[in-house]
Design a protein around this ligand. Structure first.
Ligand code: BDR
Ligand code: CA
Length: 346
C-alpha cells in the first residue's frame, strides 16, 4: 500500500527536489499539492508545481492555490536563494494544466475528511495554508495520519534571522497556530519536525547531480563545477536532469556565496523522505512553541526538552541521520525516474 500524502509547498528549488523524490518513490502517492507564498509568491509556486508535474508526466495530481500572504505580517520572498521564478536557472515550459478550482484550505480539509487516519500531511513552506485550513476543519490533527514539517532551528543558527528558520519566520503566527493545534496527539502521532540543525547536514554535492545524470542515461556528462561561469546552463539530453541541474546550480551558487560550500542543503527533500521513511532519522520529543513577541527573536522556534514549561511534548524533532544513506537513495531514485519518464515520452 502506498502512503497517501498531501504536500504544501513554496516551490522553491528544494521543494522541487522533494517533489522529484516523492514522484520517484514507490512508497508514495501524492494526492494533491497546495501552494503557499514563501520563497516566491504563491502564483509562481503554483505555476512551478504545474510545470514540474507536466515535466514528470504527473499532471493528474491536483495543484491548488493557497494564501498569497502570511496571516498577519507582510510577505517576504527569497528570489536570491531560489531564482526569479523560484526554480533557479531552470526555465520550465508554461504549463497547460489548469489549477484546481478548490482553495488549498478546502483541499486539506476535504482530503483529510475523506480518508481519516490515512493521509500524511507534508509542509515544506510557511504554515499559512495549514493554519487557515484549521479554521475550517479544527479536527485536522485527528484526521491526518501524521504531519511532517520542514521548519525551525533547534539550538542552531537561523537562516533568516540569527535564530529563526525561513518557513517559520515568513509566517510565525501560522506556525504557532499549527504547533498548538497539533499538541493534542498521542506520542506515536506527534508531528515530525525537521529543522536546520539536521537539514543543513544533508548536502547534495555536484557529483550527486553528475550521478543522477549517469543513471538517467543523459548526455553529455553533467558537471557542476565552482570554476564554471555563474549561470552556466545545462545541455543535458534528459529533460528532468536538465531542469534539475539548472535549478540546483542557482541554489548551489547562492549557498557558496553564503559560505556554506558549493552544495545544496536538502531541507525539503529530507522532510519528504521522513514522510515515507521515518526510520531514516532518530528523534527527540520536545514541546515546541514559536516566539511571536521578541523584538529580536520573532519567528524563533523554542524547544523545551526538559519540561520547564510543564507542558506535554508536542513534536518529535529529527535529531540524527546518516546523510549519505538518504542522499544515495535520492540520487538513485531520481536518476531512475528521470530515465523512465524520458523513455516513456519518446
Ligand atoms: C526552508 O526555506 C526555504 O527556502 C526552503 O525551501 C526550505 O523549505 C529552509 O529554511
Ligand atoms: Ca520550501
Amino acid at each position: 500500500m502506498k502512503q497517501a500524502i498531501i504536500m504544501d509547498v513554496d516551490t522553491g528549488v528544494d521543494d522541487a527536489l522533494a517533489l522529484f523524490y516523492l514522484l520517484a518513490s514507490p512508497e508514495a502517492e501524492i494526492l494533491a499539492i497546495t501552494c503557499t507564498a514563501g520563497n516566491v509568491p504563491a502564483h509562481h509556486v503554483a505555476r512551478n508545481n504545474l510545470a514540474l508535474l507536466e515535466l514528470c508526466g504527473a499532471s493528474h495530481i491536483e495543484v491548488a492555490l493557497g494564501s498569497e500572504v502570511p496571516l498577519l505580517q507582510p510577505l517576504e520572498t527569497s528570489e536570491v536563494t531560489h531564482g526569479p521564478q523560484g526554480m533557479g536557472y531552470a526555465e520550465l515550459p508554461e504549463p497547460t494544466t489548469p489549477l484546481s478550482t478548490r482553495h488549498a484550505t478546502e483541499v486539506w480539509a476535504d482530503i483529510a475528511r475523506s480518508r481519516p487516519g490515512e493521509v500524511i500531511g507534508l509542509v515544506t513552506g510557511p504554515l499559512t495554508n495549514l493554519a487557515l485550513a484549521l479554521r475550517i476543519e479544527p479536527d485536522l490533527p485527528l484526521l491526518l495520519k501524521r504531519l511532517v514539517i520542514m521548519g525551525g532551528s533547534f539550538n542552531y543558527i537561523g537562516n533568516t534571522t540569527p535564530t529563526s528558520e525561513w518557513n517559520i519566520a515568513v509566517d510565525p503566527d501560522a506556525a504557532k497556530i499549527v504547533f498548538d493545534a497539533f499538541s493534542v496527539l498521542p506520542p506515536e502521532r506527534r508531528p515530525i519536525v525537521c529543522g536546520l540543525d539536521i537539514t543543513e547536514q544533508i548536502d547534495l554535492l555536484p557529483e550527486d547531480v553528475t550521478r543522477i545524470a549517469e543513471i538517467a542515461e543523459s548526455s553529455p556528462a553533467e558537471l557542476l563545477l565552482p570554476e564554471q561561469p555563474r549561470g552556466t546552463r545545462s545541455t543535458a539530453s534528459n529533460d528532468i536532469v536538465r531542469h534539475l541541474s539548472d535549478a540546483v546550480r542557482f541554489y548551489v551558487e547562492n549557498q557558496q556565496v553564503n559560505g556554506d560550500g558549493y552544495s545544496a542543503h536538502m531541507h525539503d527533500p529530507f522532510a519528504a523522505a521522513l514522510a515515507i521513511r521515518p526510520e531514516l532519522a532518530e528523534y527527540r520529543s520536545a514541546t515546541v512553541d514559536v516566539e511571536l513577541a521578541g523584538s529580536l527573536t520573532r519567528g524563533t522556534t523554542v524547544a523545551d526538552f526538559r519540561g520547564h514549561w510543564g507542558r506535554e511534548h508536542n513534536v518529535d524533532i529529527a535529531t540524527a541521520t546518516h546523510p549519505r544513506v538518504f542522499l544515495d537513495e535520492f540520487v538513485e531514485r531520481v536518476g531512475r525516474f528521470a530515465r523512465e519518464i524520458q523513455g516513456a515520452s519518446v
